[in-house]
Design a binder for this molecule. Structure first.
Ligand SMILES: [Zn+2]
Length: 266
C-alpha cells in the first residue's frame, strides 16, 4: 500500500504503515514538482545524472522546503550497489548535496532525532525501517545486487544489535521495478540462486529470460532476520510501469533523474 500526497505541484509517496507515528517524517519523492527538463522532468534529486546541476540543487531545496526539513539535518548515503550499512549521528550532518564523509555505503541508520536519512533511486528499492519502541530508523538502497546480498536483512540485524526487538520493527518498501519489469539473463539468475536457493521461489522464467520479485525477496530476507511479515508494507508500485510518475532507469534506457527516500525522527 502507498499514499500519494500533494503540496501544490510537489507529489510524494508515503506508507500507511507509518501513519500513526507522528514523530516520524518519511517520504519517497516522485518526478513531480521540480524544475528540470527533458528526461529529468521535473524533480530530479540526483547529481551525476547528466542534468543541469543548478536545477538539481533547486530540486533538492524544493524537497527540503516542502517537507520542512533543514538542509543542515540531512545525512546521505554514498550508494555503489554494495550491502554496506553504517550507523550515523549528528557528526555526519551538514553535507547534503556534497560528498558524505564515507564511501560505498548503501544503508544508514540512527537513533538520533533530527537526523534526516536520505537515499537515491530510479528503479531500485528504498527500504524504510522504524522501531517505534526503541526509536531507531534505517534506510537502505536495495537494487538487485543489494537485494540479492541481503542489505535489508543486514539492516534488521544492525537495528537488533542496537537494542530493537525485530518483531517491533515496521518497514516499507518503496516503488521500484515489478517482477514483470525486472528481467535478467541466466548469468544473473544463477548468481541469485547461488546466493540463496530459496530465491528460486521468487523467480519465473519467460523464454530465455528470468524475472525475480525483488519486493518479495527483500521481505523474505527481512522476515528471515526476525521481522513479522505483517510489519512490512510493499508499495506495490512499479517505477517502469509508472514512468509518468517516477524516473525509471530501465524505462528511460539509463537517461533519467533520481527520486529520494527520506526518513527522520522529529
Ligand atoms: Zn513494472
Amino acid at each position: 500500500m502507498y499514499k500519494l500526497n500533494r503540496i501544490e505541484d510537489f507529489v510524494y509517496v508515503t506508507f500507511p504503515i507509518f501513519d500513526e507515528y507522528h514523530d516520524l517524517l518519511h517520504c519517497f519523492t516522485t518526478r513531480k514538482g521540480g524544475v528540470s527538463k527533458g528526461p529529468y522532468e521535473s524533480l530530479n534529486i540526483g547529481f551525476g545524472t547528466g542534468d543541469d546541476e543548478e536545477n538539481i540543487r533547486r530540486n533538492n531545496l524544493i524537497v527540503f522546503d516542502k517537507l520542512g526539513i533543514s538542509i543542515e539535518d540531512v545525512v546521505e548515503t554514498d550508494q555503489t550497489h554494495t550491502n554496506n550499512i553504517k550507523y550515523v549521528d549528528e557528526t555526519y550532518k551538514g553535507r547534503a548535496m556534497k560528498d558524505p564523509k564515507y564511501t560505498d555505503i548503501d544503508g544508514i541508520y540512527t537513533d538520533k532525532k533530527n537526523v534526516a536519512l536520505m537515499s537515491f533511486h530510479a528503479d531500485c528499492n528504498a527500504v524504510f525501517f522504524y522501531d517505534p519502541v526503541k526509536k531507531l530508523i534505517g534506510l537502505s538502497h536495495a537494487g538487485w545486487r543489494g537485494t540479492m546480498t541481503d542489505i535489508a536483512g543486514k539492516m534488521v540485524r544492525a537495528l537488533t544489535e542496537m537494542g530493537s526487538n525485530p518483531s517491533h520493527l515496521k518497514a516499507a518498501i518503496s516503488p521500484s521495478l515489478c517482477q514483470d519489469c525486472f528481467e535478467v539473463d541466466k548469468d544473473v539468475a544463477d548468481m541469485f540462486i547461488a546466493t540463496d536457493i530459496r530465491y528460486k521461489d521468487f523467480m519465473v522464467t519467460r523464454g530465455n529470460k528470468y524475472h525475480f520479485d525483488l519486493w518479495e525477496i527483500n521481505k523474505y530476507n527481512m522476515t528471515k532476520a526476525g521481522m513479522d511479515e505483517n510489519n512490512i508494507e510493499l508499495a506495490g508500485l512499479c517505477t517502469k510501469c509508472r514512468n509518468d510518475l517516477f524516473f525509471s532507469h530501465r524505462g528511460q534506457k539509463g537517461i533519467r533523474g533520481l527520486m529520494a527516500g527520506i526518513i527522520m525522527m522529529k
